[in-house]
Design a protein around this ligand. Structure first.
Ligand SMILES: [Zn+2]
Length: 202
């Protein structure tokens, strides 16, 4: 079982989202964790525009009593107008969970079919008949028999292959001394499982 929070895996997902966005498969992507300088450099080299978006996370662990904590998301897109629009919609706004309205708006930004968004709103864990390895390529849950998703799968697969070709550019990560990163970098994207939540995914 791959640790979904392992730094190499997170870096790989960041580059995967970058390639998908640079190729226009996704209009915009969001990363909910800090990425290594080398990964940022790679994303910039793909021609992506990036911006920080601050969200208010409420009084979670680590926040000062009475003072809401903030989280910073990094958004990426080829389209500066889309970056501005996303910022206008979400910057400084509280994280309000997966309401139906949020799922619909995110689907438009992130390039997920509207049919999948509606199915997810109705039943997030419905069986969709998609092969597990195809579903694992995606950041959205496909709706049952989704034709739009089937057309996307070759594009996602090609983007993941590009990430594998670029792995040497961002792995191994610059890890703090003593961190056991070398062994973890052996994880292959093929062992990806889609039970855990991924950046910008459902
Ligand atoms: Zn669908």
């Amino acid at each position: 079982m791959v640790d979904p929070l392992c730094p190499e895996r997170l870096a790989e997902d960041a580059v995967y989202l970058g390639v998908l966005t640079a190729r226009g498969v996704k209009p915009l992507s969001r990363l909910e964790y800090p990425v290594a300088p080398r990964v940022l450099e790679l994303l910039g080299g793909m021609g992506l525009i990036m911006a920080d978006v601050t969200r208010i996370a409420g009084e979670g662990p680590g926040s000062v009593a009475g003072v809401p904590s903030q989280v910073i998301h990094l958004i990426l897109s080829r389209d500066a107008g889309l970056i501005d629009r996303y910022g206008a919609d979400f910057d400084g706004q509280p994280l309000c969970g997966e309401t139906a309205a949020v799922v619909r708006v995110e689907a438009r930004y992130f390039g997920y079919p509207a049919c999948c968004a509606e199915a997810y709103i109705r039943s997030p864990h419905a069986e969709n008949g998609l092969a597990a390895e195809d579903q694992a390529l995606l950041f959205h849950r496909a709706c049952p028999g989704c034709a739009a998703t089937l057309q996307m799968i070759p594009l996602y697969r090609a983007a993941l292959a590009e990430v594998q070709r670029q792995r040497h550019l961002f792995l191994p990560l610059e890890a703090p001394a003593g961190a056991p990163s070398a062994a973890r970098s052996q994880h292959s994207a093929r062992s990806r499982t889609r039970r855990e939540r991924r950046p910008d995914g459902w």
